[in-house]
Design a protein around this ligand. Structure first.
Ligand code: GUN
Length: 295
């Protein structure tokens, strides 16, 4: 039987609606909208597109978007000075510094300068540590979005075998922590893993986050597994056209899996929706307001 298609676009739309309701309640309680500051250094076209769509999504959810566009030649000290000003600004609840940064700037130093209470990317070591020990944390948007889709599809994940392919700080490692928090048996596979297909074949849940077009083949998938594809890869499609594909060979994997996320329209739309969600969560926590249900 063909796999169910996990509609991330629809789920993300629903989440954005709930975030908009929560933002309106925050405004009623505090007299101001939740505010997200997004910082872009340089002119990278893909980053520029992301930053613009984050700003638009914020406004659509009734939140304040504060955009800072800095020159490619910005120094690390200048960027950190901006981050410190945003830390001190009471109207800013979330700070996102778009990655990658130009080569003269050390990502780690910039992330370390962000107030963990405003770290809506969940990249600060304090948030990574809180996630690892099971305390309340701001969690990276993409893996949290993947977990939401998995729970929506499968309900209780406890006892499931989960294989995460990729060990990045942004997706692979926090994804593994989230699945462990749901009582899955978790394996993190990566470029040095021996016999990757055999490892993936054990999984009830596969999360592919490696950035290699269509790497995961049908015969790597256990029949009935649920497949979450984080990859967004642009490949040549003939006649000087290009096409977006994931890290999973979708058509063949969909014949074996019980459910699978498409690319585009799966995980992609979740990232911004969770960013907005994290901003409202951070805003309420900073002001000592209770957590919102349904986020
Ligand atoms: N660049 C690509 N993805 C992300 C993300 O989730 N957050 C930030 N800050 N930069 C990114």
């Amino acid at each position: 039987m063909a796999a169910a298609v996990i509609d991330g676009k629809a789920f993300a739309q629903g989440l954005r609606g709930r975030v908009a309701d929560a933002a309106a309640r925050f405004q009623a309680e505090t007299g101001r909208a939740p505010g997200l500051a997004v910082v872009l250094v340089g002119e990278d076209p893909a980053s520029s597109v992301y930053v613009r769509s984050k700003g638009k999504a914020c406004q659509e959810a009734g939140m304040t978007s504060i955009e800072h566009r800095l020159a490619e030649t910005t120094t690390q000290a200048e960027l950190i000075a901006l981050v410190e000003a945003l830390n001190a600004d009471p109207n800013v609840d979330g700070i996102l510094v778009q990655l990658p940064l130009p080569k003269q700037i050390d990502d780690k130093a910039v992330i370390a300068a962000i107030d963990p209470a405003k770290d809506v990317d969940g990249f600060h070591v304090v948030n990574a540590g809180r996630l690892a020990v099971g305390e309340d944390a701001l969690v990276p948007c993409t893996p949290l979005g993947c977990l939401m889709l998995l729970k929506d599809q499968m309900g209780d994940l406890s006892g499931k075998d989960a294989v995460v392919i990729g060990r990045s700080n942004i997706v692979g490692k926090p994804m593994a922590q989230l699945l462990l928090g749901e009582s899955c048996t978790v394996t993190i596979a990566h470029s040095r893993t021996k016999d990757l297909p055999a490892v993936v074949r054990r999984a009830d849940i596969v999360v592919a986050a490696v950035g290699r077009p269509e790497m995961v083949k049908a015969d790597w998938i256990k029949p009935g597994a649920v497949v979450i594809d984080v990859g967004i890869n642009r490949i040549e499609a003939g006649e000087s056209k290009t096409r977006l594909v994931g890290d999973v060979a979708y058509d063949e994997a969909a014949a074996i899996a019980s459910a699978i996320t498409p690319v585009p329209g799966g995980v992609g739309p979740m990232t911004i929706a969770v960013l907005l969600r994290n901003t409202v969560v951070a805003a309420r926590a900073r002001l000592g307001l209770g957590a919102e249900a349904g986020l």
